[in-house]
Design a protein around this ligand. Structure first.
Ligand SMILES: Nc1ncnc2c1ncn2[C@@H]1O[C@H](COP(=O)(O)O)[C@@H](O)[C@H]1O
Ligand code: PRP
Length: 322
């Protein structure tokens, strides 16, 4: 096996390598004077099963599209030099939110990103909790592994709720299945019944509307679960509605913490007691006080386990059933 982490995702790659008990394989990334770049492996990849780690969130130094292009070019380079298989390990998948047309003549960018990945000669992809699982599954013809963070959230959920009644809530209709699966996982893990609810939400031209709540959260500690926290607006709106409906406390859990502009509304909200995300996106947009309030759960061991199984022909379904 060869395990590479591109420079922008070096730290996450190192955490994966540590979980796998290996060192990252060496590569070189150079930027030319005009801003163009090249990357090459510094070890032979002939007949090797290669894994390339690159998280496609924007910032702190490069936009998402730059990181995507670097991943594509490096994967193509590995193929050119005889790699037997190339798997892209993408902790945070960019452009996943543009999974459908919402305006006339809109793009479906999530599918175009998948087409580019396939065109670069990548044989398989692995990501964590993308925006729309159906869109992810349908965009690729190559094996596309979708990991979920349910087990990563079990201990934070237990610590948050204690013995109080607990409800798992989706802040929008698109996340109902995600919340349902987390709730089922937590019921099995915590050994007790957990309630559910979901909220109405519509985003158009940058404006978010809708606030109806389906489900009963009165007297319960509520965990909001989402794929991403971006500005934090979705979580704040949902937390207000839950408190009005009688939830005693609210926590905001998401797989990916983008925390755009420091997500100030989230950290200033009197309604959100706890924030938990995985480490697929570093907290570079948060000041020290906000970062202190975030519980960051390592996802690298989960990715390492997935890579171990992919390399050995093991079961990903078993991994996700834990
Ligand atoms: N990066 C994105 N930020 C905000 N909204 C996004 C992003 N990517 C896709 N979307 C989706 O676009 C529509 C809203 O866009 P309109 O042009 O106003 O229809 C909404 O479904 C977002 O999820
Ligand atoms: O922190 P925020 O800035 O509120 O952004 C985060 C929200 O944005 C995404 O949904 P989006 O509204 O784009 O999805 P949809 O239109 O597909 O429901 C995501 O699933 C979160 O719910």
């Amino acid at each position: 096996m060869r395990l590479f982490a591109l420079d922008a995702t070096r730290e996450f790659g190192e955490r994966m390598a540590a979980a796998l008990g290996v060192d990252l394989d060496a590569h070189e990334e150079r930027v030319f004077e005009d801003g163009e770049h090249k990357a090459r492996p510094l070890v032979s990849v002939r007949d090797r099963d290669c894994y390339v780690v690159q998280s496609l969130h924007a910032g702190p130094d490069d936009p998402a599209s730059e990181k995507l292009v670097r991943l594509l070019f490096f994967a193509a380079t590995l193929r050119d030099h005889g790699a037997r298989r190339v798997t892209a390990v993408i902790p945070y998948m960019a452009y996943a939110r543009k999974d459908r047309r919402t305006k006339p003549r809109d793009p479906v960018t999530s599918r175009y990103a998948a087409q580019l990945i396939e065109a670069a000669g990548i044989d398989a992809v692995v990501t964590l909790e993308t925006h729309n699982v159906a869109a992810w599954d349908n965009a690729f013809r190559i094996p596309a592994v979708h990991l979920v963070p349910h087990d990563l959230f079990a201990e934070p959920a237990r610590a948050f709720a204690g013995d109080a009644p607990l409800a798992v809530v989706s802040p929008d209709p698109g996340g109902v299945k995600r919340a349902q699966l987390l709730r089922e996982h937590l019921e099995a893990k915590l050994g007790r019944e957990i309630g559910s609810a979901w909220l109405e939400k519509r985003r158009s031209a940058g404006v978010v509307s809708g606030s109806q709540l389906a489900g009963d959260v009165a007297g319960a500690a509520a965990i909001l679960i989402d794929d991403i926290v971006s500005t934090g607006g979705t979580m704040v709106r949902a937390a207000e509605t839950l408190k009005e409906a009688g939830a005693t406390r609210v926590a905001a859990f998401a797989a990916h913490g983008l925390f755009i502009d420091g997500a100030r509304p989230l950290f200033e909200s009197p309604h959100i007691e706890r924030v938990a995300v995985t480490d697929t996106v570093p907290l570079f947009r948060l000041d020290a006080a906000a970062a202190e309030r975030v519980e960051t759960i390592p996802a690298a061991p989960l990715f390492a386990d997935a890579v171990r199984r992919l390399h050995a022909g093991g079961s990903i379904s078993e991994l996700l059933a834990r």
